[in-house]
Structure formats: C-alpha cells, structure tokens
Write a new protein. Structure first.
Length: 287
C-alpha cells in the first residue's frame, strides 16, 4: 500500500481455498502489518506470524477457543454482558493451547450492516439447505477484529480504519477484471486463451507502473480514473513500442498527460469518505 509493490500473480487452481493460497508461502517482513479476511484465518498461521515479529489484523472467527485473564470465555457473552456499550476492547489469548495472544476490537454493526448480513446468511442457508442459528444472528450484530499490534501503535478506532485497506486489494482485482477484462475471452482455443490472459496481465502491469510513475504519492488517486487515461494514451504507447517515437519519449508524454488530467483523484465526500481520507484523519496519519 505504501510502495505499490505487486506480489504475483501466481497460478493455482481457481477453486482453491484462500488458506491454500501460494501467497501464504511468501515470507512477511518483520514489523509489517498483514491485513486479511476470514478466509485466511488459521491459528497456526497467526502463531507463526507473531513468532516472526509480524503484526496481523483480521476478523475473529466464531468458535475459536478464547481466554481472558486466564479464564476460558465466550466472546459473545462477554460483549453482551456490557449492555448497549458500543466499542469494546479486550486482551485475549486464542486457541485451546493458548497459542496466540492478541487484542480484540469489538464494535456494534449498524442496522444497515446487520440487515445485509442477515440477508446473506439467509441466502447461504437457502442455497445449502441449512438453517441460520440464533448465535449466527447475534454474531452478525458485531464487527470483531483481532490484532497483535501493541496499544502504543494502534487504537481501536484506527484498527477499524485500517481494516478498510484490505478492500483496496480487492479493488485491484476488480479493476483488472472490470477494465482489463483479464477473466474474459472470445475463443475456446486454450492456447489463444492463455496468450490473451498473459497479454492482458502485461497490460495491467504496465498500467500499474504508469500509476507508480505519475501519482502514487497522491493518497486520493483514482485507479479507475487513471486506467481510463491510460487507455486514452494507448496510441502514444503503440508509437513508442513500434519505434515511431523513442519509448522514453512516449512514456514521458503519457505520464505528463496523466499528471495534467482532471479526475485522477477521488473527490472528498462528506457522507462516505474514502479510505485515504479516513487514514489521514487519524491522529498520526496512518498513510
């Protein structure tokens, strides 16, 4: 997020679970913050990260054995015992063997969030011919995060802001699929499909490089807006690759056009501020 570095893409089976992702094998630098979703939740993995000096931030999975002050507790019962209190924070140890010390950040979900989550539960239950339990309903009323970042480095409110950064990774894939169409092709010939996928991946990689060259220092940059500008400059790039211009000159023209274009930054929104503005609004500025 800070440097714009891309890891991968790596090839694996399309229906593989996140826990089997090849990215799990890439070592994380000591002191880095790993932000993940529930698909990556594994106590063994969290214990390894903590031992390696890596910080993590992710949602808490229901059913995990938890300990508070040496006593085994039910997280949901602890939260509900505080009545209508909104934000809560606790020191926890996760796992039957007490493997992972961490902090729990709890916040009541909004009515809109609860309604959406209950609808998702109903849809899943209908699809898989199961029933939604009362505990699942109650669990959906909370946003629960765990982290091993010390209190001196991360507050509860900052933790919920940082969680939004995880969505920025999803937006990269959304951009590549929506604008780059890396998951679409017009043929059944496997060789041509492979060539088209690699060609599109090269194109989005070049697009990412241009973003790094022109506006990565702008925290409010709009990936979609910049991708549209890159497409407008494809003819210039083609002249560079075909040697009608020097490639250096072509890239310079494209970069200058992006720097001068309007709409490369996300405008401020009072009702729904962007993740970049929420990060900057934190006391120390989390960007």
């Amino acid at each position: 997020m800070v440097q714009g570095t891309l890891h991968g893409p790596l090839l694996q089976d399309g229906r593989s679970h996140e826990s089997k992702s090849l990215l799990q094998q890439i070592p994380v630098v000591k002191g880095a913050l790993w932000i993940a979703d529930l698909g990556y939740f594994a106590l063994v993995r969290l214990a390894q990260l903590s031992k390696a000096g890596v910080y993590f931030l992710m949602p808490l999975k229901d059913g995990v054995v938890t300990w508070v002050e040496g006593k085994r507790v039910d997280v949901l019962s602890v939260l509900q015992a505080q009545g209508q209190q909104g934000d809560q924070e606790y020191e926890l140890i996760l796992g039957a063997g007490k493997q992972v010390p961490c902090r729990l950040f709890a916040r009541r979900a909004t009515e809109a969030q609860v309604k959406r989550r209950h609808a998702q539960q109903d849809a899943y239950a209908h699809k898989h011919a199961t029933q939604v339990t009362q505990r699942q309903r109650e669990w959906a009323c909370w946003i629960l995060l765990i982290s091993n970042v010390p209190a001196s480095l991360l507050t509860l409110s900052e933790a919920f802001v940082l969680l939004r950064v995880r969505w920025q990774i999803e937006l990269v894939w959304k951009l590549w699929k929506m604008q780059g169409q890396v998951d679409e092709w017009q043929t059944k010939n496997e060789g041509r499909i492979l060539c088209e996928v690699y060609a599109k991946l090269l194109a989005v990689l070049l697009q990412h490089w241009l973003m790094l060259l022109t506006c990565w220092d702008d925290p409010h940059r709009s990936s979609i807006g910049i991708s549209e500008m890159v497409r407008d400059q494809v003819v210039v790039l083609a002249h560079g690759f075909c040697r009608r211009l020097s490639l250096t000159q072509a890239l310079g023209l494209v970069c200058e056009a992006i720097r001068q274009a309007a709409g490369r930054s996300i405008a401020g929104r009072a009702a729904r501020p962007s993740a970049s503005r929420l990060l900057l609004a934190c006391d120390d500025g989390l960007t």
